[in-house]
Design a protein around this ligand. Structure first.
Ligand SMILES: NC(=O)c1ccc[n+]([C@@H]2O[C@H](COP(=O)([O-])OP(=O)(O)OC[C@H]3O[C@@H](n4cnc5c(N)ncnc54)[C@H](O)[C@@H]3O)[C@@H](O)[C@H]2O)c1
Length: 401
């Protein structure tokens, strides 16, 4: 079987690496640089080893392309393109539409189309299928299914193989073929009764995290006002063996999922006249954390940050990845610059970001730790400035949330 995977980013390349052990995979991406790198056997995604790609390329099981005609003879196609928010923070399905156009214009025989991109309930049935039909130049009846991606890049304990996977087809034949595909490389696959249930479950998983992170971020502000340690209090609560799940405070949430997916759920809820108050408020609390952090730092430093050199340590949205999408560091830096601080950042995992390079981990008046990569030495952070504020709870003996 020949499989086309549209989008070769975190999700698409990860699936390509697993699926190409069993199938011939063509990775389609419209970014020429990524495609050239992949064909040279170089992975740009944490968790996908270049050596695996090289092995698959050598065996003729994987190649990347920017040409739609290369997916003309596939039997199955997976959509794994971004689903961001638009400028007015609404669901943006333009990448999905572009992927549908590629499929519609190039795939002339009936195939199974599986969507792995995260979107609101109804996307497969009411958007993807009609869009592919709209762009198809011949009348062709594809099969359609959803299997939302749950990959957590950089994570060691759970991967494609041992993370249970939800799926549902628009027809029973689509469900059956989807099961056959994923059961080759996933230990546990769970069928649900409709694509809408699978789509909603994925959004709720990330909304659950978003709301709980917001709650603990608010709690950190309460414990600070009370003069007690948020970390000790959370550890104390966590001794309860049931009915509690520990989340930890931070400078805010980042990445492609937690700051974005709940807004997809809120948008579809409001469109159907249902309330999404928790989701909206949680989003605001998480966004406001960056200001809270900078307010605390300013208060500790004589009430003004003007002219002070401030080093933001860790700008990736989470430890041990180079991903800066929606990173809380961006808002922290913005607040600092608005208060006339002289801001630089240190993150050798990220390296270069917004045309700026990682600065040395030393010589600042103030350091604010937003993300702590395992590779960064705790003692070097403590020595980087006379005043260090830690938002991660990982640096001992300094100020923090
Ligand atoms: N990254 C994660 O941890 C994660 C986890 C679960 C679900 N998801 C979801 O999976 C989807 C993909 O996310 P990602 O993190 O892999 O994104 P990504 O930005 O890492 O990768 C997307 C890739 O798609 C390519 N692309 C964009 N438009 C294209 C088009 N029209 N045709 C071909 N290629 C195109 C881009 O060049 C990029 O390489 C999103 O819906 C996201 O919400 C992501």
């Amino acid at each position: 079987m020949k499989v086309g995977i549209i989008g070769q980013g975190y999700v698409g390349l990860t699936i390509s690496a697993f699926a190409s052990e069993f199938f011939e995979v063509v990775g389609f991406d419209n970014n020429q640089k990524i495609v050239s790198q992949l064909n040279a056997g170089i992975s740009h995604i944490e968790g996908v080893e270049s050596s695996v790609l090289q092995k698959r390329i050598k065996a003729g099981r994987f190649r990347a392309t920017t040409s739609g005609s290369d997916i003309a003879d596939i039997d199955l196609v997976v959509i794994a393109v971004p689903t961001p928010l638009s400028r007015d923070r609404q669901p943006d399905l333009t990448y999905i539409e572009a992927a549908c156009k590629t499929i519609g214009e190039n795939v002339k025989k009936p195939v199974l189309v599986i969507n792995e991109s995260t979107s609101f309930p109804g996307t497969l049935r009411n958007f993807i299928k009609p869009a592919i039909n709209k762009y198809s130049t011949t009348a062709v009846e594809h099969l359609y299914a959803i299997s939302p991606e749950r990959v957590d890049p950089g994570r060691g304990d759970y991967n494609q193989k041992n993370t249970p996977r939800l799926y549902a087809g628009l027809t029973s034949e689509a469900s059956e073929k989807t099961r056959e595909f994923y059961s080759r490389f996933c230990d546990e696959i769970v069928e649900v009764s409709s694509p809408e249930v699978a789509e909603a479950a994925k959004l709720f998983e990330n909304t659950f995290r978003q709301v709980n992170i917001a709650l603990v971020n608010e709690f950190a502000q309460i414990t600070n006002a009370l003069g007690i340690s948020v970390y000790e209090t959370l550890d104390a609560a966590n001794t309860k063996p049931y009915g509690f799940m520990k989340f930890t405070p931070s400078a805010g949430v980042g990445g492609h999922c937690i700051p974005v997916d709940p807004t997809y759920l809120a948008a579809v809820a409001e469109e159907h006249g249902a309330p999404a108050t928790f989701i909206r408020r949680a989003n605001d609390v998480n966004l406001e954390m960056s200001k809270y952090v900078v307010d605390r730092v300013q208060a500790d430093n004589g009430g003004s940050l003007q002219g002070k050199s401030v080093l933001v340590v860790g700008v990736a949205y989470k430890p041990n990845v180079a991903d800066v999408r929606e990173t809380a560091a961006e808002l922290v830096i913005e607040h600092l610059r608005n208060r006339s601080a002289v801001v630089s950042w240190h993150d050798e995992v990220v390296g270069t970001w917004r045309s700026e390079s990682s600065a040395p981990l030393s010589g600042a008046d103030i350091s604010i730790v937003v993300t702590k990569h395992d590779s960064v030495d705790e003692k070097a952070i403590v020595a980087s400035a006379p005043y260090v504020f830690d938002t991660t709870g990982k640096i001992k003996g300094v100020k923090g949330l």
